[in-house]
Design a protein around this ligand. Structure first.
Ligand code: DOR
Ligand code: ZN
Length: 447
């Protein structure tokens, strides 16, 4: 029997409605006890002093690009899940835009097998909506469902054909799988590479209008209403999308949504690098789809997250190699490496008063589990909570610790972030997966 006792932290478990000083005891990989001084009741335990720290369920990410198979030079299941552990994540849902794409039982099984081998935390695969992500024919949803996928998505691209999207939604209802859509209408995006606004004009780059996202959000909400299916909107980025989702929920349509830490906190101005007053250059590490937007969008996203119109934070961790980024803006791959900065970046909303800490923790733990019914779907009882009997997945956090982002020190192979050199406030001090410490900093004190 192995016992780990975490003493005297501020335990925040939104699913249990708990926020107070307590001990958490994990026995043989599962939560055994939780409450004040409960740790003192057990003998022969490994002990961590969490005085002054916040203790929460391990974070759950609905949107992670692990890149394996096919793009191992960008990330692997091993490096991506190590990055996850460093970021406080104990469960990540792996997006299927790999090579080959995850559109068959064989490819899903290969990911699960590799994860069993090399993953440091739990990996739940997502299958494609269409074969080869080509947007022409539906993937075998039943086969993917039986192979263990938790959702279907062609992320990176939208399913452009509305009739095919209708059929995908209809088909998904047989298995109760969420259809996670990357909402950007390619006909409106065309060759746009950043948000359509004054920064794009100033840099001479072609824009992607907010309406490219909103038109597809509106279309897919209408299709979700028609089919009664579960539509999940990936990385919502505009105030207009928020209004559409709020109205759809009001009407009882089954639509859930996520927002990334970067869309919550960074604007399109990140793309412009001011060398002096005359020269302006661009930063490919701030290129992402959908693009970083404007202050008014950020404000609307923060409020929607607070009010639960947006269910959760998802990282859209999109690691790329320097050869994919240190090139012309038009050619650079879109995406930010995010797992290791997600908590600290999201903490900005707590520090500026938009969210309380318990609400932020909800959106990182039970929010994503609720959105997709992940516990039911996987049989992982107690996923995202610290209820006795639940999985021993825990994050230890210091919400006020300041640190400087140093991309070269990331566990992720992707160093593509515009945050390099920036000071953030909020640190993941340790991560425990199934009762085992998978990440710890020197802030951890054994007792
Ligand atoms: O910026 C992005 N990068 N957006 C996506 O939807 C896909 C992702 C990737 O896979 O790199
Ligand atoms: Zn996407």
């Amino acid at each position: 029997m192995t016992t780990l006792a975490i003493h005297n932290g501020r335990v925040i478990d939104p699913a249990l409605g708990r926020d107070g000083i307590a001990d958490v005891v994990i026995v043989d990989g599962r939560i055994a006890r939780i409450g004040p001084n409960e740790g003192d009741m057990v003998v022969e335990a490994e002990r961590i002093d969490a005085t002054g720290l916040v203790v929460t369920p391990g974070f759950v990410d609905l949107h992670t690009h692990l890149r394996e198979p096919g793009f191992e030079y960008k990330e692997t299941i091993a490096t991506g899940t190590l990055a996850a552990a460093r970021g406080g994540y104990t469960t990540v849902c792996a997006m299927p835009n790999t090579s080959p794409p995850l559109d068959s039982r064989a490819s899903i099984e290969s990911v699960l097998r590799e994860a069993e081998h090399s993953a440091l935390v739990r990996v739940l695969p997502i299958g494609t909506i269409t074969l080869g992500r080509a947007g022409k024919e539906l993937s075998p949803a039943g086969e993917l469902f039986r192979s263990g996928v938790v959702a279907l998505s062609d992320d990176g691209d939208a399913v452009a054909d509305p009739n095919l999207m209708r059929h995908a939604l209809e088909y998904s209802t047989q298995f109760g799988l969420p259809i996670a859509q990357h909402c950007e209408d390619p006909a409106l995006v065309r060759d746009g590479v950043m948000h359509e606004g004054w920064v794009a004009t100033r840099l001479g780059l072609r824009g992607r209008p907010a309406s490219a996202e909103e038109i597809m959000v509106a279309r897919d909400i209408a299709l979700a209403e028609l089919t009664g299916a579960h539509l999940h909107i990936c990385h919502v980025s505009t105030a207009g999308s928020v209004a559409l989702i709020a109205a759809a929920r009001e009407r009882g349509i089954h639509v859930t949504a996520e927002v990334t830490p970067h869309h919550l906190t960074l604007t399109h101005e990140e793309v412009a690098f001011h060398t002096d007053f005359r020269t302006v250059d661009y930063i490919t590490n701030a290129k992402v789809n959908p693009p970083l937007r404007e202050e008014t969008d950020l404000a609307a996203l923060g409020i929607a997250l607070r009010d639960g119109i947006i269910d959760c934070i998802a990282t859209d961790h999109a690691p790329h190699a320097s050869m994919d980024k240190e090139i012309e803006f038009e050619l650079a791959s879109p995406g930010l490496t995010m797992l290791e900065t997600s908590f600290a970046l999201s903490m900005k909303l707590v520090h500026d008063g938009t969210l309380t800490l318990p609400v932020l923790i909800d959106r990182l733990t039970s929010g994503p589990v609720r959105a997709w019914g992940l516990d039911r779907r996987t049989g992982l009882e107690g996923l995202g909570t610290l209820a006795p009997g639940a999985l021993g997945d825990v994050a230890l956090l210091d919400p006020n610790a300041e640190w400087t982002v140093e991309p070269r020190e990331f566990a992720s192979k992707g160093h593509n972030t515009p945050l390099g050199g920036r000071q953030l406030r909020g640190r993941v001090v340790a991560t425990i997966f199934g009762g085992r410490v998978v990440h710890e900093t020197d802030r951890v004190v054994a007792l």
